[in-house]
Design a protein around this ligand. Structure first.
Ligand SMILES: [Fe+2]
Length: 358
């Protein structure tokens, strides 16, 4: 059965008891492909165990069924990450494959077809693999998989915020210097580590939304006062989920403060100006920009230029400090008071020179 083109996938991508729609093949030492599981076959834990007993690292699928495999990964991503039997390497490979697709599709929707060239894809892959390894080391992988299982849209958004945050910070070493005094006079490994930690903060900033019901998260219209109160708890919930992990303190702080506004009108603590951590001030900008340029349940996506126009706009004076309405319906009246203007300027410069496909 050698006709066709086969591609290797890690056995850890197959969840015991969950039906894959695609066929699975094995490769013999003589180089022949043979059918192991038929379409719709229910793969049991025992069968899988037997298969991987001998240290088998790869099984194969027909290239023509690759789209079914990708669909399967997206649907089952949280289960794959929680599967104890799967190695960290395999999880990292699967997670980065799914996440790159998410980032690529989303960027193409916002910035046009072919936005991400091979180089950008490679860089993104490294970024995402790094983040997943770090999550494993710091015992916070479970928090991420809970979020993915609860609301896929939140995970999509988080992945893009990760991309923007790391790319922006890499382009602005002075900001990293504020996070870690002594930077950039540190070695390459320490530089990478710092970026990795910031990226993880970006990826995890909204995990507290796991405790917000889907009805509220995906509501098609403005939230009621009570719903809004529930929504506003998510930064605290995110922190609570990370409290017992080994994530660095400055990352936990940024997660807690990512909705604080520079003028003191944000939440949960109404911190003001430089009392808000620098990484939280960066996240406030990146998070808003990505939310506006993505499709939301209650609004179409905005072109990047229009989103920036709103972010640098001044709202009518009666709206200043009224973060409740600004956050929902009236954000298109101007949001400059939410941001550290110096950082926002740097972010706009970064967007101007970023060609995603380079
Ligand atoms: Fe948030």
């Amino acid at each position: 059965m050698d006709e066709g083109i086969y591609i290797a996938i890690p056995p850890g991508a197959i969840i015991p008891g969950v039906l894959p729609k695609f066929k699975i093949y094995l490769l013999s030492p003589e180089g022949h492909y043979s059918l192991w599981a038929l379409e719709g076959n229910k793969v049991t834990a025992k069968q899988l165990e037997k298969l991987t007993e001998g240290g088998l690292k790869e099984v194969y699928i027909d290239l023509e069924e690759n789209f079914l495999y990708e669909e399967y990964l997206e649907t089952n991503l949280s289960k794959i990450l929680e599967n104890q039997a799967t190695s960290v390497d395999q999880k990292a490979a699967i997670f980065s494959k799914v996440s790159i697709n998410v980032v690529r599709v989303a960027f193409e929707a916002s910035f046009g077809q072919g936005t991400m060239g091979p180089e950008a894809i490679k860089r993104t892959e490294r970024m995402i693999r790094n983040a997943l390894e770090f999550l494993t080391e710091t015992k916070s992988l479970q928090a991420l998989s809970q979020m993915i299982g609860h609301d896929y849209k939140t995970y999509e958004h988080a992945t893009k915020v990760l991309w923007f945050t790391v790319a922006f910070l890499r382009d602005n070493p002075a900001i990293l210097g504020i996070i870690e005094p002594g930077y950039p006079d540190v070695d390459e490994i320490q530089k990478m580590e710092l970026l990795r930690q910031c990226g993880v903060g970006a990826l995890l900033h909204d995990i507290g939304k796991t405790f917000v019901s889907q009805d509220i998260l995906n509501k098609n219209g403005p939230l009621t006062e009570i719903e809004w109160e529930i929504m506003k708890r998510h930064p605290l919930n995110s922190l609570a989920m990370l409290l017992t992990t080994d994530i660095p303190e400055f990352v936990k702080k940024a997660v807690l403060q990512h909705h604080e506004d520079f003028d003191g009108g944000g939440y949960p603590m109404q911190l003001r100006g430089l009392h808000i951590s620098i990484l939280a001030r960066v996240l406030r900008i990146v998070d808003t920009f990505d939310a506006m340029t993505s499709r939301r349940p209650y609004k179409d996506s905005l072109p990047p230029r229009k989103a920036i126009e709103i972010m640098i706009g001044t709202p009518p004076s009666n709206n200043i400090g009224g973060y409740k309405t600004l956050e929902q319906d009236h954000r298109d009246q101007g949001m400059i008071q939410c941001f550290d203007e110096d950082l926002l300027r740097k972010f706009i410069l970064f967007l101007g020179k970023t060609k995603l496909n380079e």
